[in-house]
Design a protein around this ligand. Structure first.
Ligand SMILES: N[C@@H](CCC(=O)N[C@@H](CS)C(=O)NCC(=O)O)C(=O)O
Length: 225
């Protein structure tokens, strides 16, 4: 059965699902839906009109977490990403939620939105909000994630999982916003992110995103001051 993912490439939540699909070796089509101006029919897929949503035959689902966990249960033979025990599943879900609800408001909805999306829409970047996120609010989350990693290469049971994907997806948006992790202060988290960047699935997705970001930067640079 063919899978269609609805959303836009630079969304961390769309990226999370794309990485799950790719890591599991599942083919899909990406149908572009602009989160700031979704078509009317999109409300049938997600009444909240947020991206992503997924169509699997007659079934439609919304929310990246719901979709990723559905993909895991739908095809148990494909690379497992949500843990092999009750405890691992719970810890992966926790870190996924942590990335989506604690890190995203800062890394994506503050840094990325202000540095990339607002200038693209002709709105001013609120640099004090960006600095507040970077200096005052994100460090406590990076401290926590650094501690969760400990000496392991991956967040849960030292095995690659949705937790690693979810955290990396937020750091990608921060990077699109022109910021990188301080590897001196958070060496394990920075090394983890570098490890994620080496994965072919993320490299493939970032190739396309890089082209979009370059075009956006060129448009911002040409816009009248
Ligand atoms: N918890 C949701 C969050 C989705 C979300 O906030 N998506 C953003 C794009 S990154 C969106 O659609 N924003 C448009 C809006 O909130 O109206 C998920 O994981 O799918």
């Amino acid at each position: 059965m063919s899978l269609t993912l609805y959303g836009a490439a630079l969304s961390p939540f769309v990226r999370k699902v794309r990485l799950c699909l790719a890591e599991k070796g599942l083919d899909y089509q990406l149908e572009n839906v602009d989160p700031f101006n979704p078509p009317d029919w999109y409300a049938d897929l997600n009444p909240l009109r947020r991206i992503p949503a997924l169509r699997d035959g007659d079934v439609t689902l919304a929310d990246s977490s719901v979709i990723c966990h559905y993909l895991e249960d739908r095809d148990p033979q494909a690379t497992p990403l949500c843990g092999g025990s009750a405890l691992a599943r719970a810890r992966i879900s926790w870190l996924e939620k942590y990335a989506d609800y604690e890190v995203a408001p800062l890394a994506t909805f503050t840094v990325f939105r202000n540095r990339v999306l607002k200038p693209l829409m002709g709105k001013p970047c609120d640099e004090s909000a960006v600095e507040g996120a970077l200096q005052e609010r994100l460090p406590q989350h990076f401290d926590y994630l650094e501690g969760c990693l400990g000496d392991a290469g991956y967040f849960v049971d030292d095995r690659f999982s949705l937790a690693d994907i979810a955290v990396a997806c937020q750091l990608v948006n921060m990077r699109h916003g022109g910021e990188s992790l301080d590897a001196g202060r958070w060496p394990r988290l920075a090394a983890h992110f570098e490890r994620m960047l080496q994965r072919p699935a993320l490299q493939a997705v970032l190739e396309g995103e890089g082209r979009i970001i370059d075009k956006i930067r060129a448009r911002i640079a040409q816009a009248p001051a």
